[in-house]
Design a protein around this ligand. Structure first.
Ligand SMILES: [Zn+2]
Length: 119
């Protein structure tokens, strides 16, 4: 179990670092929000600095942020399960999740045969 915990903690760190490059964390809610590219950074791409591009860029950041945030959430849930002694148990059928599956993705919530039932 310790090796999964270490993996998950490592992944959590990486995800938070990645999130920090795209947005900022709301200290009150703990949610991440995309921030528009700073003036400082956008000086390199002066020609592309019109409003439409900026809006598009913001959209992209927001959706990338959403994906990362979801992954971070899964990682946190998996860590919580380790604390509760429920780690590695399929949320659908209640059987143990295959070890090789956990090695690839320690935040997996289901066994291999149930993975398509969860979105
Ligand atoms: Zn299952």
């Amino acid at each position: 179990m310790e090796k999964y915990k270490a993996k998950l903690e490592e992944e959590m760190k990486l995800l938070e670092e990645e999130l920090a490059t795209l947005g900022k964390k709301d200290v009150e809610t703990g949610d991440w929000e995309a921030v528009p590219e700073s003036e400082e950074k956008s000086q390199d791409v002066e020609d592309e600095g019109d409003m439409a591009d900026r809006a598009e860029d913001y959209e992209e950041r927001s959706s990338a942020l959403g994906v990362l945030e979801k992954r971070l959430d899964d990682v946190k849930k998996a860590l919580a399960k380790i604390e509760e002694g429920k780690f590695g148990i399929c949320e659908i059928c209640g059987n143990a999740i295959e070890e090789e599956r956990l090695n690839v993705n320690p935040s997996a919530k289901t066994c291999e045969s149930d993975m398509e039932k969860v979105i």
